[in-house]
Design a protein around this ligand. Structure first.
Ligand code: UDX
Ligand code: ADP
Length: 458
């Protein structure tokens, strides 16, 4: 048996890819990824073509390390017991009830894991907080551990994930930085170093930052809030472009060429999605309010308000254009994932846009290459049956065009850029509207095909 045993609780979008890359880069470590969801664990152990997560490059890594030094199991207790290092990568959704409802993160999964670790551990352990979590989570974990186990020593480390879905493998193998936060004590520093040792196997020392726990936890929220803020900034200007005739991509290019600003994350879109941005900003806002920093809270809250405004602005363009021309029109919506190259649809702009369309009498045909039908239906399950009747989930782009009066692109999947719109427009009942929520199609080239060609900024 290998001497270094790692356990990761949570086999999701964070735990799965992160542990796969650690297993690949650290052959001396034995890694067991555990999850209470046996269906998920079965898929991780099953055929490579039906892993629970679609992530470019992941399949090959799983193929090379699975059942060598990477194992997937539902036996959480024995994985905890045999490990020296335990990563917690469980989901932390926004609270839907109680104090902080709609804003604070629900830490109940993290607390459950901490309680179990405390109860089943027979040796000292390092607990690594990997889940997207609010500032103060390490302290919460510590409190739970202490109240259920006074015999063993636990060091809590904050090691936030910075992987973006769709590019997770590259982000993990070649990160901008790895952040490790811990306590300013001798034991804390030893624990920080043990976690750094894992990353030192493939990441240069200068990219490994070691800080106190609060700095680490806050840096994670700050990074995501800054990224989201850039998108809201450019999206807010896209609304002004629509009024003035300026082109948002030209503005983004001109602004981004200033080396102090930089060109990344300035792509105007129908709105950002994903499980992190909204949740992290809400956590930041909640934290600011807790410390009576209302102006700071309001500043960050506006990033979310612009995101909602952008989604509404987009759906209203569709509603206003189609409804004045047809009664009960149908539109083909391309893309359900919150970005390309993932099967994740959490907080995807498609959800709000499609809900708005259905609520305003528009029929919708949805196509996404990766998001399963069950996920799409689950994302909009609160809609009434009468609204759901207006929805069709298609298995191909062509199928989604049947009976439709227009095409709406929401996710920037590469295959949408390759569509022959000449042929596609012929398949529609009538080519009334083409609307691009990602500015990926050259609108000049298709202007002759559709009565109305629209984008984020026009
Ligand atoms: C994000 C962070 O990037 C990552 O570091 C963190 O660890 C987890 O949260 P993720 O949400 O997976 O990653 O994807 P990201 O690439 O950040 O995209 C988030 C959303 O912003 C997507 O909906 C994307 O389409 C949108 N986006 C991104 C834009 O609309 N414009 C841009 O310029 C960039
Ligand atoms: P993330 O994007 O943060 O990885 P996911 O929802 O994809 O979120 O994955 C989180 C995983 O954590 C899920 O598969 C869920 O079943 C698992 N999980 C949540 N709570 C527990 C728990 N107490 N014990 C074991 N697994 C858990």
């Amino acid at each position: 048996m290998k001497s270094k045993q790692i356990c990761c609780i949570g086999a999701g979008y964070v735990g799965g890819p992160t542990m796969s890359v650690i297993a690949l880069k650290c052959p001396d470590y034995n890694i067991t990824v555990v999850d209470s969801n046996d269906e998920r664990i079965n898929s991780w152990n099953g055929p490579l073509d039906s892993l629970p997560i679609f992530e470019p490059g992941l399949k090959d890594i799983i193929n090379s390390v699975r059942n060598k030094n990477l194992f997937f199991s539902t036996d959480v207790e024995s994985a905890i017991r045999k490990s020296d290092i335990i990563f917690i990568a469980v989901n932390t959704p926004t609270k839907t009830s109680g104090e902080g409802k709609g804003m604070a993160a629900d830490l109940s999964n993290i607390k459950k894991c901490s309680e179990l670790i405390a109860k089943v551990s027979k040796t000292d352990k390092i607990i690594v907080e990997k889940s997207t979590a609010p500032v103060g989570t390490a302290q919460e974990i510590k409190n739970v551990l202490k109240s259920f186990n006074t015999k063993n020593k636990f060091e809590i480390i904050s090691n936030p994930e910075f992987l973006a879905e769709g590019t997770a493998i590259n982000d993990l193998t070649n990160p901008d930085r790895v952040l490790i936060g811990g306590e300013n004590t001798v034991e804390g520093e030893i624990a920080i170093n043990k976690i750094a040792d894992i990353y030192r196997e493939w990441i240069p020392e200068e990219k490994i930052i070691m800080t106190n726990t609060w700095s680490s936890e806050l840096s994670k929220l700050a990074s995501n809030s800054f990224l989201a803020q850039r998108i809201s900034s450019i999206n807010s200007l896209s609304a002004l472009c629509e009024k003035t005739g300026a082109k948002i991509d030209e503005v983004a290019e001109a602004v981004g060429m200033d080396s102090r600003i930089g060109s990344k994350f300035l792509k105007a879109s129908v709105g950002f999605g994903g499980s992190c941005f909204k949740k992290d900003i809400l956590n930041l806002v909640y934290l600011c309010k807790y410390f009576n920093l209302y102006e700071v809270a309001e500043y960050w809250e506006n990033v979310l308000k612009i995101n909602d405004f952008q989604k509404k602005r987009f759906s209203h363009k569709i509603i206003n254009t189609l409804k004045t021309i047809k009664d009960n029109p149908t539109i083909s919506v391309l893309g359900w994932a919150f970005k390309k190259d993932t099967n994740d649809s959490r907080e995807s702009a498609s959800i709000d846009v499609v809900k708005d369309l259905l609520s305003n009498g528009i029929n919708v045909n949805i196509y996404d290459p990766m998001v399963p039908k069950t996920t799409i239906l689950n994302d909009i399950k609160e809609l009434s049956d009468s609204k759901l009747k207006k929805l069709k989930i298609s298995s191909s782009i062509d199928d989604s065009l049947v009976g439709s009066y227009g095409i709406c692109i929401i996710t920037e999947w590469d295959q949408f850029k390759e569509i022959d719109f000449n042929k596609a427009s012929n398949k529609l009942v009538e080519p009334i509207l083409f609307i691009d929520g990602r500015n990926i199609i050259d609108s000049e080239q298709i202007k002759s095909l559709f009565k109305h060609v629209m984008s984020i900024d026009s």
